[in-house]
Design a protein around this ligand. Structure first.
Ligand SMILES: C[S@@+](CC[C@H](N)C(=O)[O-])C[C@H]1O[C@@H](n2cnc3c(N)ncnc32)[C@H](O)[C@@H]1O
Length: 225
């Protein structure tokens, strides 16, 4: 995915420097409309991502263990795509403006405000979790806790699909994301963290950047073991 232009014209009051949930949510509030305009139809030009989402939806459905939570759903376009594929899905996002946009664009679907660090869901109720370019904003020391939270809400055998920017360094690196602090990870490093969090790898994808994308794009599909 590409990124929207920076929301900060120095005086818009958005603090993009903080790594707290509040700072990230406020930063996305400031660009929510623009984000939806720029990326609401991003899947149309990304056949590999469409293929992965179709496989994810099929695996979740076949397992029959519950709906998919699209965590960090933004304007809800991926939630709606999953729904159209026949997977019951709902969205969760930190940014109230994103949730409002998602509800307006997809009134037939459920969207909740909330954080991936503390999901308002009982243990084991989900068949799938989609986290597409949302956990990129989690400071690396907190990522294991987020993966533990994903594992908590997934049913046994439930699937997690994670999208992020690939990096070549073994260590995660912060980069100059235009909205909020964000980190690139190597596929191996994140796959290893997922394994240690109790997930078994199903598949991985690293694709070349498209026009307008700065980095390789990475996706990991794992199953709660
Ligand atoms: C780059 S956008 C990705 C949106 C959408 N998933 C996509 O792939 O286009 C990141 C989204 O994650 C949300 N987000 C960031 N940290 C979050 C957290 N801790 N809990 C829930 N949502 C979060 C942001 O508010 C934002 O809407």
């Amino acid at each position: 995915m590409t990124e929207p232009p920076a929301p900060h014209d120095a005086d818009n009051g958005v603090d993009t420097a903080t790594d707290t949930d509040t700072g990230v949510g406020a930063a996305y509030d400031a660009v929510a409309t623009l984000y939806a305009e720029l990326f609401g139809d991003a899947l149309d030009t990304r056949p590999l991502e469409r293929g992965l989402l179709a496989a994810f939806a099929e695996l979740v459905r076949a397992h029959g263990a519950g709906p998919v939570a699209d965590v960090g759903c933004g304007p809800g376009h991926l939630t709606a795509h999953l729904h159209a594929l026949g997977s019951p899905a709902f969205g969760v996002d930190l940014s109230p403006a994103m949730v409002a946009l998602a509800r307006r664009a997809h009134p037939h679907l459920r969207f909740d405000e909330g954080s991936m660090t503390d999901l308002d869901l009982a243990d084991g109720v989900l068949g799938g979790v989609l986290a597409s370019y949302s956990a990129i904003h989690t400071p690396p020391p907190r990522v294991p806790a987020v993966f533990a939270e994903f594992r908590r809400v997934l049913a046994p055998g439930g699937h997690l699909l994670l999208g992020f920017y690939a990096g070549d360094d073994p260590e995660p690196r912060e980069f100059d994301h235009r909205v909020a602090p964000a980190y690139r990870w190597s596929l191996d490093a994140l796959a290893d963290l997922l394994r240690r969090a109790g997930f078994a790898e199903v598949a991985r994808l690293r694709r070349e950047p498209l026009d307008g994308e700065r980095f390789h794009q990475a996706h990991l599909l794992v199953r709660k073991s």
